[in-house]
Design a protein around this ligand. Sequence first.
Ligand code: ZN
Length: 234
Amino acid sequence: MKSILQVRIEPHQFRKRDIIGGDPALDFVNTVTGRDQSPRDWLDSYPRLLEWAAFVHLLPKRVLRALAEKAQKEPAAAAIALVRAKVLREALFELVTRIISRRAPTKSSLALLREHWIAGIKAHELRFGGGRVLVDLRNDAFDFDLIASTVAYRMVQQVLPLPMDRLRICQGPNCSWVFIDSSKAGRRRWCDMTVCGNAAKSRRFYARSRQPRSAQRPQHPAKMRTQTILRPGR
Ligand SMILES: [Zn+2]
């Protein structure tokens, strides 16, 4: 899905409630919120990308510290890497939403994912320990693109093997966050019930209350009580 809406880039302090995807690869896609109405991009700088990576524990702290120092010395190269990461992010959003709507991802999004995934593989090494072969991040993997390649690596190794009928996009207004529904019943519709679930219910309530009385469907009294305590969205 290509958006023609203007994206506003804004500073953001990441909080627990921003991490709802079920995997950092999906949470990375969710660093843009409100894609359906008024998109806001929370990655306003490379250091912010590092803050996000630290918040979701994408990479070890020593690696993120090394990248932060490198970004101070080479801000222009870091800024270019941020742009590349965002191009991947938009390709992943397209890929995920196409899978959700049972359409094949575009060749270009698959090619871009593959490119970053291979870089992610190259950033890892195999070693033997504790009687088994282990996959570890290489000690010299301090490339500015490491965050994007780690996201791609996770997307391919961790997310795409999951049952794809559990991949969801939030049904709330001005959200469009994506997530894996790991609930037992598999009926999760919202990123967060207290944010988007209530906002959507509230919107439906207002839509109904603006109709002439005769057009309104009769409601169960218990349901009406819950609607009076609804909170606005994010
Ligand atoms: Zn939502």
